[in-house]
Design a protein around this ligand. Structure first.
Ligand SMILES: [Zn+2]
Ligand SMILES: [Zn+2]
Length: 196
């Protein structure tokens, strides 16, 4: 099942094969919150400070237009790389720094067909990551969290066993196709990012 991927303004377009999704999770970590504040795009964070992410194999994602608008940034030294559509500051996905790990957390803001996402990946909020940094109390059952974590880990491991090197944002050597810029001091302050 293939869903449309699209930035808010429509310049960056692509598809996502949700059969290759590992799990859908809501992340409440301070880094994701700072990222949403930095981009300033409405609707990325929920009322509790959570970002809805569909974790998947990067090979499930294909860009069909506007790849030249994709930019990268990095909030913390050593932290994940965050890719977004520079044309309209729509977040696209987060990846580890190591391009050989088959993981991308696609931010659901760039998946316009919410009904299809719910049908394919289940409703948002079942699996919660970093609930301790939520803006208020959020709930997730330990079973849901463990299941989500296991599905993500299993997906990454299976790709590694197949010898697959993800190519969406990285070259065969594991280097990013684009520079992921670190935030400057001013940007860090306005995103209310704590120092590492
Ligand atoms: Zn755009
Ligand atoms: Zn996060």
């Amino acid at each position: 099942m293939t869903l449309e991927l699209r930035c808010r303004c429509g310049k960056v377009r692509g598809t996502v094969d949700v059969r290759r999704a590992y799990a859908r999770a809501t992340c409440y970590c301070g880094d994701c919150q700072a990222y949403a504040r930095h981009l300033g795009t409405s609707g990325v964070m929920d009322a509790h400070g959570g970002t809805d992410i569909v974790a998947m194999n990067p090979d499930a994602v294909t860009f069909t237009a506007g790849e030249e608008h994709i930019s990268g940034l990095c909030l913390q030294e050593g932290g994940p790389l965050r890719w977004y559509a520079g044309c309209c500051r729509t977040p696209l996905g987060n990846t580890p720094r190591d391009g050989k790990v088959a993981y991308v957390g696609i931010v659901s803001t760039c998946l316009p067909d919410k009904v299809a996402v719910d049908a394919a990946c289940g409703p948002p909020g079942r699996i919660v990551l970093n609930a301790g940094s939520a803006l208020d109390d959020v709930r997730s059952t330990p079973l849901a969290m463990a299941t989500g974590g296991l599905r993500i880990a299993a997906g990454i491991l299976m790709a590694k066993l197949r010898g697959q090197v993800p190519s969406l944002f990285f070259d065969a050597g594991g280097q990013p196709h684009r520079t992921a810029h670190p935030l400057g001091p001013q940007e860090r302050a306005s995103a209310r990012l704590e120092s590492a």
